[in-house]
Write a protein that binds this ligand. Sequence first.
Ligand code: PRP
Length: 214
Amino acid sequence: MSENRYLTFALGKGRLASKTMELFEKIGITCEEMKDKDSRRLIFVNEELKLKFFLAKGPDVPTYVEYGAADIGVVGKDTILEENRRVYEVLDLGYGKCRMCVCGPKSAEELLKHHEMIRVASKYPRIAKDYFYNKKHQTVDIIKLNGSVELAPIVQLADVIVDIVETGSTLRENGLEVLEEICPLSARMIVNQVSMQMEPERIKRLITKLKENL
Ligand code: PRP
């Protein structure tokens, strides 16, 4: 396909998008319009390079990429695992590093060890289910929450949580700790499967340049 076609990027809103634009600047991809912090605009264009960028909620990024509304997405590995969309994951961008962990009060350690039927709260029910059912072969009751998940063991909604740990300070300040580590996480680049076939050279060139600058 010709370079006249716009290549569209879906970026997870917030810190990840800023980090991504910093990296893109290093390889000459800029978007001045995006730098206005007060702007409420969601879509930005670089006419010269025939690029479009839009900002979406993190969990929606793999959806836009699977359906081809965006050719390329940048999102956390946690979201990729949880959304389980048909996209190619092509590059670990190295930033946004953190860990997916089972956390709780120290007393919950025994419950995990003895494979008790426990309650697990998480914003990531698919990841929690895969870990407990497929890896640990432990039957658990999974409760989906939408944030501030650390509350759940404190108010006895759940025995443990499956959540992201970055610095560990949210856990510490709430008397919780990491009990088991599920997997490391970081920002990843994902690509629509058809776009990859239609424009392999353009996309591969981009990946190579990014790799050189990580
Ligand atoms: C994330 C995560 C933890 C916290 C971990 O929450 O769910 O709560 O950050 O970071 P830390 O280890 O550096 O303390 P986020 O701020 O995204 O908000 P949420 O609780 O609404 O998901």
